[in-house]
Design a protein around this ligand. Structure first.
Ligand code: A8S
Length: 150
């Protein structure tokens, strides 16, 4: 649960051309085609120290009514082969916040398990990165709420 309004959380998540705004492992992002609409392709460069350098990713679906986005990894020098994630957000009542609504973010994925690895390790790796990303998204949006700029 993120203690920030859905429109704020969604506005950051949906910007396909700017994943580095909350993904701390992303160093930079160049658009290969499109400008953030469905079908756009981006090339993400990750920070040093990770077992990967680049990832080519396609925005398969962006739905601002359902608050849903689907991203496929289509290339790169990493081990997440045929990775495809679905992210949805919805509003949730916050009991301790005087009835103001917070935001739930759900992220699920499918991925191939490499021949030299196993399902447990592959999922632990992806889950860890996703967990960091969502924690960072919460931290940033909750700070904007506290600063009252949102
Ligand atoms: C995302 C989710 C993931 C990104 C992973 C799992 C990645 O960007 C990093 C390291 C890798 O080895 C794979 O939503 C890849 O970003 C941080 C480069 C794809």
């Amino acid at each position: 649960m993120i203690h920030a309004p859905l429109p704020l959380v969604w506005s950051i998540l949906r910007k396909f051309s700017n994943p580095q705004s909350y993904k701390q492992f992303v160093k930079s992002c160049d658009m290969v085609s499109g400008n953030g609409a469905t079908g756009s392709v981006r090339e993400v460069t990750v920070v040093s120290g990770l077992p990967a350098g680049r990832s080519t990713e396609r925005l398969d679906r962006l739905d601002d009514d359902l608050h849903l986005m689907v991203v496929s990894i289509v290339g790169g020098d990493h081990k997440l082969l045929n990775y495809k994630s679905t992210t949805t957000v919805h509003e949730e009542e916050q009991e301790e916040e005087g009835g103001r609504t917070g935001t739930m973010v759900m992220e699920s994925y499918v991925v191939d398990v490499p021949a030299d690895s196993c399902e447990e390790d592959t999922c632990l790796f992806a889950d860890t990165i996703i967990g960091c990303n969502l924690k960072s998204l919460a931290k940033i949006t909750e700070k904007l709420v506290r600063l009252d700029v949102a």
